[in-house]
Write a protein that binds this ligand. Structure first.
Ligand SMILES: [Zn+2]
Length: 258
């Protein structure tokens, strides 16, 4: 899409939360932006993908960090720290550990969450800052208050959460969800390397996501997508993955669950 890698000037690191799809698309709609998304907008879990994107898109001059309030990833962190929730060693290592000992135990649940969200904002901006300083890029803190985001309407009937897993691209979330036929309401989005983002998918399952759609872009090898699906389903208990393969010019998408 667009004018190739040269036209990309902005990289966005954002939480996978569906409510950030709109703010992410405000940037992506300009056609000059690529996004990477995981649980919490966690730079540690995206480090390789960030460096890869900065190497691939040579004209990136700005990295935008998008954390937010009422964050499910931070609720996960809170509940693990408080001993109310068990997660795998990988989730602990890549997400939770950064916050251990950083928030006063005396806080009640609501205040504890707000403190974690404030720490997350600082931690992610600092982590990106370290990467960007070496490359002389600007960092923009675009943290969001979900109460002020215009959200898609609740569809008729029950609204089940879906997680879309895609490779980083400049395509808008709205366009991708449209092609996939996934309702934008409660459509979480993970963008990056599948193998590195398994902990984030586990967090998503913990937040109530059961159905995952793995998007294989045009030209991507089918066996690679099938292998990724198998990898996710064996590593992430409770995940049901559908591979959606773009048919490119025909505009028709083919989906398979096996
Ligand atoms: Zn979040």
């Amino acid at each position: 899409m667009g004018g190739g890698t040269d036209s990309i000037t902005t990289l966005v690191i954002a939480c996978m939360d569906w409510r950030l799809n709109g703010p992410v698309d405000q940037l992506k709609g300009r056609g000059d932006t690529v996004s990477l998304r995981n649980a919490g907008g966690n730079v540690l879990g995206l480090e390789d993908a960030i460096n890869q994107a900065l190497d691939q898109y040579r004209n990136i001059s700005k990295v935008v960090v998008m954390t937010h309030d009422d964050c499910g990833a931070m609720k996960t962190v809170r509940d693990v720290i408080r001993g109310k929730l068990n997660v795998g060693a990988d989730v602990r290592e890549v997400l939770v550990e950064q916050f251990v000992g950083k928030v006063d135990e005396k806080y009640g649940d609501g205040e504890f969450l707000r403190e974690l969200e404030s720490k997350n904002r600082k931690i992610q901006n600092a982590a990106i800052g370290a990467i960007c300083a070496a490359r002389q890029l600007d960092v923009v803190d675009a943290t969001q208050s979900v109460g002020s985001i215009k959200l898609p309407a609740h569809p008729p009937g029950e609204a089940e959460a879906t997680l879309v897993i895609a490779r980083p691209s400049s395509r808008t979330t709205a366009s991708l969800l449209g092609e996939l036929g996934v309702s934008p309401y409660k459509a979480y989005v993970i963008e990056g390397d599948v193998a590195a983002l398994l902990p984030d998918m586990k967090v998503a399952v913990g937040l109530g996501v059961k159905n995952m759609v793995l998007y294989a872009a045009e030209g991507e090898a089918h066996d690679e997508a099938v292998r990724d699906k198998a990898r996710i389903e064996s590593a992430v208990p409770g995940a049901k993955v559908t591979v959606a393969r773009s048919a490119g010019t025909t505009g028709k998408i083919s989906k398979s669950t096996s």
